[in-house]
Design a protein around this ligand. Structure first.
Ligand SMILES: *Cc1c(COP(=O)(O)O)cnc(C)c1O
Length: 410
């Protein structure tokens, strides 16, 4: 296909998907095609005024009364419910605060308490490093053995000693989307719990936590949920597990009567039991405002748009850069919301693209990650990106010696 033909095809697809074009709800710099919303989501238009109000009115004027008058105290559960809508969790099962690493640590300890006498945590090789480190850390603390299995090997490895299966719903590097319903059911048949990491799926892919009887889940607020740098993470505890949920960090915000200032810990009922300490309120309120970008939108419609975009991007790259090696799956039902390419000069490609206003990212050792946040991208944006990729490769810009030293954040 020529670029003129790609432009025409993109215009047709953009018209067909006009109803889910939410670009107006975001503030993006002109001239940039932002393909890194799976690392740091773009800024929703609703956020700056909300943050200004939180700082100037709530903190600056109303001061400590804001814990009551501006709903600060209830915010972790209120914002949790808003995220719950996007991941298929009925209210009262998601709590916001702390980082994904902390939420994962907490959820794994809770899983150990829910499955006493079982000695294995089963996970996949090559998952996001913090997940691997935290799993190993908790395994040491509770006396579990860590076992690794690829998704294809999982079923055969679900022996009666497995306490919990921990997986990323969408792989951060390849964008592979796992069969959450099937794996969850198989784990349950073996008596194990399932803990899903939703960092690369929440806000992009339907998850269906309640529908598929997931036990526990965690995820971060700053990727497809657009909560901003350092946005707090969230944890999901299915209602049926909440009474037996043991909070490894039994901080005072999770106490049944926090202002009784009692000497002994008594966990609150419901999801509040998973609260820890004072949340980062400004970030939490920014995240709450950011979630307004999804108001009136069903995640299934976001997914339909995302699939059209990633399919178009993949086909266009295959067309324009023959011989491209894709790390992301070809089948729609196996692909999350990104297109990942393998190339020996992946780092240089990402830098040269960024110099042309096309922002993706690099993941070691050889992956160019092009994240497709459907709400604020169009097919036409993707032609711009593919055109840039074509020119970078044609002119050898990816081999510029300037790219031989890597930034701290890639
Ligand atoms: C982004 C990401 C994290 C981030 O963890 P933090 O503790 O919030 O920094 C964790 N796990 C996965 C799979 C991720 O993609």
């Amino acid at each position: 296909m020529t670029f003129d033909e790609l432009d025409a095809r993109a215009a047709t697809l953009d018209a067909a998907h006009a109803a889910t074009d939410l670009r107006e709800r975001f503030l993006l710099p002109p001239g940039t095609v932002y393909l890194d919303g799976n690392s740091l989501g773009a800024l929703p238009r609703s956020v700056p005024a909300a943050v200004r109000d939180a700082v100037e009115q709530q903190w600056g004027h109303d001061l400590v009364a804001s814990w009551n008058t501006h709903g600060w105290w209830d915010a972790p559960v209120r914002v949790g419910d808003a995220i719950g809508r996007l991941v298929g969790a009925a209210p009262g099962q998601v709590v916001v605060g702390d980082s994904t690493s902390v939420r994962l640590h907490q959820s794994l300890h809770a899983a150990a308490a829910l499955r006493p006498g079982r000695s294995v945590v089963l996970t996949e090789p090559g998952s996001f490093p913090t997940d691997q480190y935290v799993i190993a850390g908790v395994a040491d603390q509770v006396g579990w053995r860590v076992e690794h299995a690829t998704p294809a090997e999982l079923a055969a490895r679900l022996t009666p000693d497995v306490a919990v299966v921990v997986l990323s719903h969408v792989d951060y590097r390849t964008g592979e989307l796992l069969d959450l319903p099937g794996i969850t059911a198989a784990a349950h048949d073996a008596g194990a719990l399932v803990l899903w990491d939703l960092c690369h799926s929440a806000g992009a892919v339907p998850v269906g936590l309640d529908e598929h009887h997931v036990d526990l889940a965690v995820g971060c607020g700053y990727k497809y949920l657009n909560g901003g740098p350092g946005a707090p993470a969230y944890g999901y505890v299915a209602a049926r597990h909440q009474d037996a949920f043991v909070n490894v960090v039994p901080g005072w915000h999770g106490h049944a009567q926090p202002f009784a200032m009692a000497d002994d810990y008594v966990g609150a009922p419901g999801i509040s039991r998973a609260r820890i300490g004072t949340p980062p309120m400004l970030s939490l309120l920014a995240l709450e405002a950011a979630l307004q970008a999804f108001d009136g939108v069903e995640i299934g419609d976001v997914r339909a748009r995302s699939l059209s975009l990633t399919r178009f991007l993949r086909d266009a790259i295959a067309d324009v850069v023959p011989g491209s090696a894709f790390a992301s799956p070809e089948a729609d039902e196996r692909r999350g919301s990104q297109v990942a390419l393998r190339h020996p000069d992946a780092y240089g490609i990402v830098q040269a693209l960024a110099a042309r206003g096309v922002v993706g990212d690099f993941r070691t050792p050889d992956v160019v990650r092009l994240g497709v946040a459907a709400p604020y991208l169009t097919h036409t944006d993707l032609v711009t990106a593919v055109r840039a990729l074509h020119e970078v490769l044609e002119r050898g810009e990816h081999r510029d010696p300037a790219w031989t030293t890597r930034n701290a954040v890639t």
